[in-house]
Design a protein around this ligand. Structure first.
Ligand SMILES: [Zn+2]
Length: 637
């Protein structure tokens, strides 16, 4: 079974349930023939899916206690990066997202799912086999007659929670309070098992005595689980502490999006021999460690909710609150994520809320302590362009992609950031747009030096510099180029992953949703966004080629190189144009970037004694400082 199959099963089961409900309520939307076709499609993919035999209500499930053969221990955890570093030392580790759901143990006999149980107290759990039949990414058969136990996390996506809330209310049940509480709540219920179809299951452990399932490395277990069709909590092999830290940065980004409830990351030594050697304490395995950000909470009152349009046209709400101090910072704004969030939690001015801030993560709404008066409200028109907004059950969007100012300047600004055009600030871009010089990304490459001299406070020297910086961005890497287009649901890593498989732009443009879902880490939704985005932007891509862009596939994506995966920053002027050296870095597998951060591998300069801000930062962070010759020899290695 592929990931695409499981997603399709989930979609078909949803449709079957939707139409069954309408049918039993006496107002079907579909003819019987159409409905039978729908059922037949589901039956073909999942012959025993409980949606097929559902008749409006179900037999109450009985729950009984079952012992775990191997105890389900909890994990050692730390909030302290230094402690994590000491624990990792020089071991390669596998990092994975720590999902805040309920752990399940699934038992397969001769390859067939026979029992599902909750973690319970770790020694024994509750039999929930009849409920999990509803969960589409819990596959009923392994690809072989294996006896095995698969462990994983059962949870509810924020977007699916919204739909689950609707169904709860329709059934006359009490409104669930959060995606975190609902999973345990539903597993404990004796009826309404079909609501479990809104849950997802991500596998994180495989236990078996079978010789085919004996692995040397932790990461190999995940490869096997993925091939068997299980969804996974984004496992990644990390060979250094630096890589573990950047993995944590990625987890934070996902946490901030808040589509999936994460409360940190889990690290596991990659060498499974070490797992055996180290064994367990009474409470936890010694070869695994979870890292969490200390979440500090506070309460405050919402003053107002402000809506603004992002460069992708999504109109997002932010609550302005009475200022409070959290983890040493004064907080005045709390993200409310999307319109559905506002609706589901019925958020409005004068609500007394609890908020949380974990590490550097943006403060988030946690729960309502005391609601204000009235009900939540949505804006009808785009705050930027006045277009009538659309609501897709989760988000409000401004449909005016062509001329909504928020979407235009944001799109161009995103491009500038992604391809790294130095000195072209938001303010300068605003001036260019005000003068009518720039209206779209390709316009940047039509600018002449004379055009640039028209900008306020821009003299010959700055105009030349800007012109050169724009010119040199023509040789951008293909992944950066694609990232710069700003297609929803994508980032640099996703494009790099896709290019590893598709190698060039043409192949990627031809790929279907099914092709993309086959690549690890792509859900159907993001695959759909990518396919639609590439199609919609095809004219822009063509135009960019016409104005002289020559994106190159970084050699590291294809073959690796001496600078594979390294970020290199060039500062000041060198003996050749910057584009010359950037190309050299890319051919050695590295990534030329414009700003210095802890991810930077080296800064290249002609003046190693310079006190520019980039150089200062590089010294502060202990980043290597190279002359031109150092760069040349690093690339030739
Ligand atoms: Zn708009």
């Amino acid at each position: 079974m592929t990931k695409f199959d499981t997603q399709l099963i989930s979609k078909l089961a949803d449709q079957v349930m939707h139409h069954k409900k309408l049918y039993y309520a006496g107002h079907p939307e579909m003819s019987d023939v159409e409905y039978d076709k729908l059922e037949a499609r589901l039956k073909k993919l999942s012959p025993r899916h409980p949606a097929l035999s559902f008749v409006g209500s179900e037999v109450a499930s009985s729950s009984k206690k079952v012992a775990h053969k191997e105890p389900m221990l909890s994990l050692a955890k730390t909030y302290d990066l230094a402690e994590l570093e000491r624990w990792i030392k020089d071991h390669p580790v596998v990092g994975m997202q720590k999902i805040d759901g309920n752990s399940l143990s699934i038992i397969y006999e001769d390859g067939e799912l026979v029992l599902a149980k909750t973690r319970g107290n770790g020694r024994e759990g509750e039999d929930v086999t009849d409920k999990i039949a509803w969960i589409s990414d819990l596959i009923p058969n392994l690809p072989g007659k294996y006896n095995a136990e698969i462990r994983g996390e059962l949870f509810c996506y924020e977007s699916r929670f919204v739909r689950l809330v609707h169904e709860f209310i329709d059934l006359g049940l009490e409104r669930p309070t959060s995606p975190r509480n609902i999973v345990a709540g539903l597993l404990g219920r004796k009826n309404h098992q079909h609501l479990a179809r809104y849950f997802n299951f991500y596998a994180f452990e495989l236990i078996s005595d079978h010789k085919d399932l004996q692995f040397k490395f932790e990461i190999d277990k995940f490869s096997w689980l993925s091939k068997a069709g299980f969804s996974l909590p984004a496992p990644a092999l990390l060979s250094s502490i630096e890589e573990a830290k950047s993995y944590l940065d990625e987890v934070k980004v996902v946490m901030d999006q808040d589509e999936i409830g994460l409360d940190g990351a889990v690290f596991s030594y990659n060498e499974l021999n070490l797992h055996k050697e180290l064994g367990n304490t009474a409470h936890h395995p010694r070869a695994k460690m979870s890292f969490k950000w200390q979440g500090e909470t506070a309460t405050s009152e919402i003053q107002e909710i402000i809506w603004s349009t992002s460069r992708l046209g999504i109109v997002t709400p932010v609550a302005v609150i009475d200022p409070v101090t959290l983890s040493g910072a004064k907080i005045t704004n709390v993200t409310l994520h999307n319109a559905a969030h506002v609706k589901v939690y019925d958020l409005k001015p004068r609500d007394l809320i609890e908020l949380v801030r974990s590490g550097e993560v943006i403060p988030k709404y946690l729960r309502t302590i005391k609601p204000g008066m009235g009900t939540s409200k949505f804006p009808k028109a785009c705050p930027e362009c006045g277009s009538r907004l659309q609501f897709d059950d989760v988000r409000l969007t401004c449909p005016n992609q062509e001329s909504c100012p928020a979407q235009q300047s944001g799109t161009i600004l995103n491009w500038i950031k992604c391809v790294g055009i130095d000195d072209l600030s938001e303010k300068r871009l605003g001036q260019m747009m005000d003068l009518g010089l720039v209206d779209s990304i390709p316009d940047l490459y039509r600018l002449t030096k004379d055009d640039l001299l028209k900008l306020p406070q821009t003299k010959e020297k700055m105009a030349s510099k800007l012109f050169m910086n724009i010119e040199s961005s023509k040789n951008v890497g293909l992944a950066q180029f694609l990232n710069g287009l700003g297609i929803a649901g994508t980032g640099l890593t996703s494009w790099e992953k896709l290019l590893k498989k598709f190698n060039n732009l043409k192949a990627l443009q031809k790929a279907s949703v099914e092709d993309l879902v086959e690549v690890d880490g792509f859900a159907e939704k993001s695959a759909e966004q990518i396919v639609a985005g590439l199609k919609r932007l095809a004219p822009v891509i063509d135009e960019l080629f016409k104005v002289g862009l020559k994106p190159t596939v970084s050699t590291s994506l294809v073959t690796g190189g001496p600078l594979e995966g390294r970020q290199i920053v060039i500062t000041g002027s060198l003996s050749e144009p910057r584009s010359f050296f950037e190309k050299m870095i890319r051919q050695a597998g590295g990534n030329p970037t414009s700003s210095v951060s802890k991810k930077t591998f080296a800064v290249v300069t002609s003046d190693v004694t310079s006190n520019s801000s980039k150089m200062k930062k590089a010294r502060d962070l202990g980043v290597e400082i190279w002359g031109e010759d150092d760069l040349r020899s690093a690339c030739d290695m």
